[in-house]
Design a protein around this ligand. Structure first.
Ligand code: GLA
Length: 389
């Protein structure tokens, strides 16, 4: 969406007058390091060039109005600064409202005027490409611009996670908001979630593309299953802490885990913890391989990551497994795995240029034949983080 289109859409909705502020906030895809971010491990996500566009302007009263160009039938949703509580019936507006609330709670920054906000996004919905985190971080930037606050992007990311955890009730880690706020064109972010130390790693996939395949599965139980996995990991860690001195599963190497895993009293929890430990080590190794120019090695570790998420963490399901297993059959696919929380959502694959069309055709055909409805495919590019537009 061009700035001119965004401007027109804003004025059409809210009337002409003072110029609004404009923000773009991307979606993200994680290349490797899944379900490690709440275990003190490493992740390797990147921001995309698709995302959420905002135009916003202050009002003279305390009303906060939202209009989404994606849900025009919902009309303008009205909220107020005098009641910042979560309201289930107000749908997506709880993400930006959560940021207004969190700025107050975390920094004592209280909006002193209402606002009109127009949003439009091109992240496919329920795809697992973090449209909600994109809205949260984008709204943080909007607040900065409207009220002259200068919360830096990394802090906006933490604020986004805080509001997701405490306002919207999803116990997510920091990966999504961090990738979105701190993204850099043509780079992935190698982030240590225990310390928030990070490093940009250029993704020089010459002759290859990043292809995202969406299952289009409705993600009904995703949030409760997600929170269940977190609890399983926390319990496994507490059991390990009875026999070794360790702060997080992400601190363990494979050998120490194998030598002490009997302390975990339930075989399912052993599998969950094994994924967290091995996936973290795999992520560190994968980034080393990529830095050394070994894209094929990186791709093999992507495949191993999927197997671990399927067999040990059990967050894939037939839809994601079908997309990945069909992808693995195509020559020219360097690596393919589920990405994000799982239970639906999408896969990420590195595919040689010459194989992209065949990939989309074959994987699409075989997926639909097996699952009964179609997948969607996107060839994506890595873009910059949330910014004024
Ligand atoms: C979701 C969460 C992230 C992360 C991933 C799994 O996207 O929001 O914090 O835990 O799942 O890696």
């Amino acid at each position: 969406m061009t700035k001119e289109e965004l401007r027109e859409a804003f004025f059409k909705q809210y009337g002409a007058g003072e110029e609004p502020v404009y923000v773009f906030s991307p979606g993200r895809v994680n290349l490797i390091g899944e379900h490690t971010d709440y275990n003190g491990g490493h992740v390797f996500p990147c921001a995309l060039t698709i995302g959420t566009y905002f135009a916003a302007r202050k009002r003279a009263d305390r009303k906060v109005r939202f209009f989404s160009g994606n849900y025009p039938q919902a009309g303008t949703v009205e909220r107020t600064l005098d009641s910042l509580d979560y309201e289930k019936s107000k749908g997506f507006t709880n993400y930006p409202m959560g940021m207004i609330w969190a700025y107050g709670v975390r920094y004592g920054l209280h909006a002193d005027a209402g606002m009109d906000v127009y949003l439009w996004g091109n992240i496919p919905s329920a795809s697992g490409l973090s449209s909600s985190a994109s809205v949260e971080v984008g709204m943080g930037k909007v607040l900065n611009l409207l009220f002259g606050w200068d919360i830096p992007n990394q802090e906006i990311a933490l604020c986004g996670q805080y509001s997701e955890n405490n306002y919207n009730g999803v116990n997510c880690g920091i990966m999504d908001q961090f990738a979105i706020a701190m993204g850099k064109k043509d780079n992935a972010i190698f982030l240590d979630t225990a310390t928030l130390e990070y490093e940009y790693a250029p993704i020089a996939l010459s002759g290859m593309k990043i292809v995202i395949a969406c299952t289009n599965k409705k993600r009904g139980l995703a949030d409760s299953k997600y929170n269940e996995r977190r609890t399983e990991c926390e319990t496994a860690l507490a059991e390990l802490q009875k026999v070794i001195d360790v702060n997080a599963l992400g601190d363990l190497d494979e050998e120490t885990f194998e030598a002490n895993k009997d302390a975990i009293k339930d075989p399912v929890r052993v599998k969950r913890a094994r994924h967290a430990v091995y996936e973290n080590r795999r992520t560190v190794r994968a980034v080393e391989l990529l830095k050394g120019g070994d894209v094929a090695g990186f791709g093999r570790l992507m495949n191993d990551s999927h197997v671990s998420l399927r067999d040990d963490y059990e967050v894939t399901g037939i839809e994601l497994d079908t997309l990945v297993e069909e992808a693995w059959k195509i020559s020219g696919v360097v690596g393919s795995r589920m990405t994000g929380a799982g239970f639906g959502g999408c896969t990420v694959s590195i595919v040689e240029d010459g194989a992209v069309d065949r990939f989309i055709e074959e994987v699409g055909k075989n997926y639909e034949a097996k699952i009964g409805y179609a997948a969607s495919f996107y060839v994506v590019e890595i873009g910059d983080g949330t910014r004024e537009y």
